[in-house]
Design a protein around this ligand. Structure first.
Ligand SMILES: *[C@@H]1O[C@H](CO)[C@@H](O)[C@H](O)[C@H]1NC(C)=O
Ligand SMILES: *[C@@H]1O[C@H](CO)[C@@H](O)[C@H](O)[C@H]1NC(C)=O
Ligand SMILES: *[C@@H]1O[C@H](CO)[C@@H](O)[C@H](O)[C@H]1NC(C)=O
Ligand SMILES: *[C@@H]1O[C@H](CO)[C@@H](O)[C@H](O)[C@H]1NC(C)=O
Ligand SMILES: *[C@@H]1O[C@H](CO)[C@@H](O)[C@H](O)[C@H]1NC(C)=O
Ligand SMILES: *[C@@H]1O[C@H](CO)[C@@H](O)[C@H](O)[C@H]1NC(C)=O
Length: 405
């Protein structure tokens, strides 16, 4: 979910608290469900902003507020390695790094998109070889690109369009820049604003499928027409040329981020229904039956080898804000961009730790929440809106296999 225009004034308040930047604070996981003798928390702030008269706990929380790495588990400590060292690639005066976070393994690049800047989002490419950032040269413009995915030699973008150009899914050849519209209508009706994409390569199948989420980004942020289709998760089969809705808004009210696991037999979708309907607009008539939550599905192949998301279950609830971008690593851990930062859960849903938005964003996230990031081999690329960070992790979390055709 992109954030609306950001204030350029926020940079004045920039203060990189370098000493605390690489701090790791470990918090006993029992404190995540029991704070004694008393506490007062606030849903719009972070867990570590909780106040308590327990001086041991309040001192720990105060230190955690300034630390980038907040750990609730030894598993998180081994994930980040013993001496994590964040590198600020660049800082700009606008929210140039907000969405997508697409690792392109053969080119050793990460492609990402901005928030709305002067009525348009931008697409940028980070070279992981030399950390240079460039603008790709595309054969046609992609209007208001949001999320995306690399698969089998192409980069795919979900774009919201604007008043003149319908929202669409585009494919880009990252080598030549050749750009094509892949999907822009359902029997002549516009999508509401495709948000994010994943490809699925079911086990024991030669076919591949694209899944994408659709929600009213275009009308909310890009002067697009009011939604006419109901929000849904869609499955595209390029072999049989079929486009089919597979998850209804009765199951996920505002589908946003979407990801599969390495084994390609689970699908995760974030629902970006705000807790407080004052924080973001709900589509008219949507009611408020959604949750700011992460859901898991099994991907089960039917007799023809077509994957269907079934067995929906609640997997996690965002402590603060909405869950947005999502990636599932090789070990089955689920990473999401949330109000508190990048939250990592194990495959059972337990929160292992988080990368704290308070240190990663400028001025406590005045430019909007931390929406997305990339996992590239053993590296995490953090889209901190006005800041782009890179961190070498303690282990490889994403191998290239699942992105090959
Ligand atoms: C204060 O919190 C710690 C855990 O952080 C706990 O062990 C201790 O019992 C608490 N003190 C009181 C008085 O509740
Ligand atoms: C929660 O925090 C917000 C923002 O810091 C503040 O405006 C609000 O008054 C707080 N709510 C309560 C109940 O303290
Ligand atoms: C946290 O950082 C702020 C700003 O850099 C500083 O004023 C404060 O003292 C720090 N708090 C702790 C507990 O280190
Ligand atoms: C922001 O940065 C751009 C490019 O570096 C510059 O052209 C522009 O004037 C800056 N805007 C402000 C408000 O500082
Ligand atoms: C960085 O590497 C890319 C290839 O990944 C190359 O195209 C680019 O020119 C290099 N930039 C710099 C500044 O060296
Ligand atoms: C996949 O394709 C190969 C070669 O075209 C074929 O031999 C094999 O039976 C196919 N497997 C499945 C599961 O369709």
């Amino acid at each position: 979910m992109k954030t609306p225009k950001v204030s350029l004034a926020v940079l004045a308040a920039t203060n990189l608290a370098k000493a605390a930047l690489n701090d790791i604070i470990s918090i006993d996981s029992q404190l995540t469900y029991r704070v004694l003798p008393d506490f007062e928390g606030n849903v719009t702030e972070n867990f570590v902003d909780t106040s308590t008269t327990n001086t041991t706990t309040s001192t720990l929380f105060a230190a955690a507020r300034n630390a980038t790495f907040i750990s609730y588990s030894p598993d998180f400590l081994s994930l980040i390695g013993p001496n994590p060292s964040l590198q600020l690639i660049t800082q700009r005066n606008e929210s140039f790094a907000n969405e997508a976070g697409i690792w392109v393994p053969p080119l050793n690049e990460v492609w990402f998109t901005s928030s709305t800047i002067d009525d348009m989002t931008t697409i940028s490419v980070l070279s992981l070889s030399n950390l240079s950032i460039s603008t790709p040269s595309l054969s046609q413009p992609i209007i208001n690109a949001n999320g995306g995915y690399y698969f089998d030699s192409k980069v795919y973008f979900a774009s919201d369009g604007n008043a003149a150009v319908p929202s669409a899914i585009y494919s880009v050849d990252p080598v030549t820049g050749e750009t094509e519209v892949l999907i822009n209508s359902y029997f002549g009706l516009q999508f509401n604003g495709p948000n994010d994409i994943t490809w699925v390569k079911p086990p024991n199948s030669n076919q591949t499928f694209m899944f994408f989420t659709d929600d009213p980004l275009s009308s909310l942020f890009d002067d697009g027409p009011p939604p006419v289709l109901v929000d849904a998760v869609w499955r595209f089969d390029p072999t049989s040329h079929s486009l089919v809705p597979v998850i209804s808004r009765a199951d996920i009210l505002i589908p946003n981020g979407i990801a599969t696991n390495k084994e390609q037999n689970k699908l995760f979708v974030t629902d970006s229904t705000p807790i407080d309907s004052g924080t973001e607009s709900l589509p008219a008539g949507a009611g408020n039956s959604g949750s700011n939550a992460i859901y898991a599905f099994d991907l089960v192949n039917d007799a023809n080898g077509i994957p269907w998301p079934v067995n929906k279950r609640l997997f996690g609830i965002s402590r603060t804000g909405i869950p947005d971008g999502i990636k599932v690593d090789d070990q089955g851990r689920v990473w999401t961009g949330e109000g508190e930062g990048i939250v990592v859960r194990d495959s059972s849903g337990k929160v292992l730790g988080l990368f704290n938005a308070e240190t990663l964003l400028v001025d406590r996230g005045a430019g909007g929440p931390l929406a997305n990031f990339a996992l590239a081999g053993d590296r995490l690329v953090v889209e901190g809106n006005e800041r782009l960070w890179i961190l070498k992790l303690g282990e490889t979390v994403m191998s290239p296999g699942r992105f090959e055709g």
